[in-house]
Design a protein around this ligand. Structure first.
Ligand code: NI
Length: 172
């Protein structure tokens, strides 16, 4: 298990479309272990493989609030089946868009078909934070970030801020 570097906007790799996983084997399980370590280390509740530079359709999540009772979830090749017409608004952030937050509307319920950590097909009915988080992570698999839903002006301001933060960084 290892903590990996999380790529941040405007890194173009984040815009790649991730490829389906053919089989959940040792390599994919190791990737999921690393993703979970990376996510916990960054205090995130969800992470897609592309965020650590691996273009595979794999997501890890843990929306449990209790630090001592971890509830990791693994989604391989997730597909959203039914989306609710009703929308819910959450203030979203993203490990790849550090320190930026915005209110985003998404369907409040959805069903997700996926393979779990052992490659077993599963169906999950999600609502509330879980539904929002899954949809946010699924967007990563398509190269979409939450800032893409904002106005052009707001989005470019955020990207400018992030680019500036990077160029100010020094290593001594
Ligand atoms: Ni994200």
């Amino acid at each position: 298990m290892a903590v990996k570097t999380i790529l941040t906007e405007p890194n173009k790799i984040l815009r790649q479309i991730s490829k389906p996983v053919e089989k959940v084997g040792k390599e994919e399980q190791k990737l999921m272990d690393d993703m979970l370590d990376t996510m916990y280390a960054a205090n995130g509740i969800g992470l897609a493989a592309i965020q650590i530079g691996v273009p595979k359709r794999i997501i890890v999540m843990d929306i449990s609030k209790d630090q001592d009772k971890k509830e990791p979830r693994y989604f391989v090749n997730p597909v959203i089946k039914n989306k609710d017409e009703q929308k819910t608004t959450y203030e979203e952030g993203c490990l790849s868009v550090p320190n930026q937050f915005a209110e985003i509307d998404r369907p409040s319920q959805c069903e997700v078909e996926y393979l779990d950590y052992n490659g077993v097909p599963q169906l999950l009915k999600a609502e509330g934070l879980l539904a929002t988080c899954i949809q946010h992570e699924m967007d990563h698999l398509e190269g979409i970030l939450f800032i893409d839903y904002l106005s052009k002006l707001k989005k470019s301001m955020i990207i400018k801020k992030l680019s500036k933060a990077k160029s100010d960084r020094i290593v001594v």
